[in-house]
Design a protein around this ligand. Sequence first.
Ligand SMILES: CC(C)(COP(=O)(O)OP(=O)(O)OC[C@H]1O[C@@H](n2cnc3c(N)ncnc32)[C@H](O)[C@@H]1OP(=O)(O)O)[C@@H](O)C(=O)NCCC(=O)NCCS
Length: 571
Amino acid sequence: MAILIDENKKVIVQGITGREGQARTRLMLDYGTKVVGGVTPGKGGSEVFGLPVFNSCSEAVATLGGVDISVLFVPAQGLKDAALDAINAGIKLIVLVADRVPVWDAMEIAAAARARGASFVGPNTLGIASPGKAVVGMIGGRAESAREWFKPPLPGGTGVGIISRSGGMSSSTAYYLGQAGVRISSIVHIGGDAVLGLRIPEVAKMFEADPATDAIVVFGEIGGSQEEELADLIASKVITKPVAAYIGGKAAKAGTRFSHAGAIIEGNRGTHAGKVAALRGAGATVVDAFGDLPNAVASLLRARGSRSLMTEAEIKAVWTTAITKIEPNKVAVRGHNIADLMGRVSFGAAVYLILSGRLPDERTGRLLDAILVSSIDHGATPPSCLAARTVASTGASLSQSVAAGILSINRHHGGAIEDCARYLSSLLERASQQRRTLDEVAAEEVTRIKSTGDRISGFGHRIHTKDPRTVRLFELAAEAGLTDAPTTHIGAARAVERAFAAIGKPLPINVDGAIGAILADLGLDPRVFNGIFMIARTPGLVAHVTEEQTRERPMRRIDPVNHAYDGPFAG
Ligand SMILES: CC(C)(COP(=O)(O)OP(=O)(O)OC[C@H]1O[C@@H](n2cnc3c(N)ncnc32)[C@H](O)[C@@H]1OP(=O)(O)O)[C@@H](O)C(=O)NCCC(=O)NCCS
């Protein structure tokens, strides 16, 4: 878990067509944030990086089927209207990047948010990041830098939560903590203005409730009373997790503004000494120099045996892998002890686990097994088999011959799985965006295909008209809880079949198409689909290569078609 933002939250960008809006949308997408669209009044119907642009947030929310977060790259003069648009559309978290927002506008936004049960971060915020999951706003910059700088918790593990009143220092704090081996659950730059949405106390309470956070780090500043309020929460045991803080602006004199509008000492309120004393008095660790913060946090975590602290080997590592952890006498695949998996989960379930990072339930595991079995072999004529046998006949080794077979698995052989899944996704997307039924979209497609002569991957078969593998796979998919509802890939496949039948040209989905639809409905990444076919076909290729090497003479001319079967017959 994390607070405020994660990889599943649907995000829209207001001002997506503007300079920063476009640039930051690219970076958020690169990091993995689920940006689903954007809003610029007057530019509805256009696209940015393939994402739909709407004229208003209510239009975006209705079309996209709900939105969790809106981030606004709208300049100060248009910010209030844009924020109210998001709040009135029912979006519950709004991130306001713009600086120089009039205080009165911020107050109006705050009142509207309160009335609609929404929260906002900013104005004048760099944004929020949940390392390893998503970023919103301008925090972290390029995705590669953000990945390198902000160390995420291990899966199921913990990190520290960072709350900062300074944009630049929110990234720096996370970076230096990472250098000291500290993992981060979320980073929130609350913004530097005098009137803010979520403030230090509210964010601290969110970290307190977050199981993935086991300590809170605050970059505070002079001015206001947020740090003192946090001290009260610690003293009254509302915040029980350890808090470490640095307060900037020690040298500032009363009445001076320290960089941000909110960082101003008035009379005796908001002084550096007052904040430090309040926090220390409540039991927080407060360092005098920012440079001492990383080690102070690391020692605090070490004393608690916290899992937020990286090992020496993890700190020294120059690259990371999230697949398998090897330690003396221990092997853990995607966080599961391999000895526990052995004999308990099927090979299909283990394939699902290693590719997705999630262990499937029993019926989904059985479905994966069925997919692997369905593609284990399809006789001697597919290109992969002919390639493997041809290379085997030259005297090549088993690995060379099997590799030759694998090399022939491409777009037109095995590749239909991924192509069909992507094609069905495009039909679903079109139906949703154009608010039409799947049957209408499929009928239009069939007309197009008839006139262009295009072939669609995953439909029809050169031998089978009713492929036994397809029928069985759909039975098992239904048992695993998948349906052919009009929002699913299986539903889209059925709509295409109906559209072909309606023009008197039955073209049923084939086994590759069925596998593509099922894997997509299971939520697996289409980039691994052809890999699943390779995994499934490898035993078949090993069998063919071994048979070639033991039965046939070297360098024979392999007839691609004329051969007979002399094995046992199925009952
Ligand atoms: C918010 C900010 C980044 C926008 O800058 P920008 O991208 O250069 O501005 P642009 O004018 O190019 O783009 C703004 C877009 O918002 C759009 N917009 C205006 N009102 C809108 C509304 N109500 N809803 C949605 N979009 C709106 C504009 O039409 C424009 O898009 P267009 O260029 O396609 O017409 C800038 O004004 C700013 O405040 N920068 C400082 C940010 C900062 O430092 N924050 C603190 C970090 S610590």
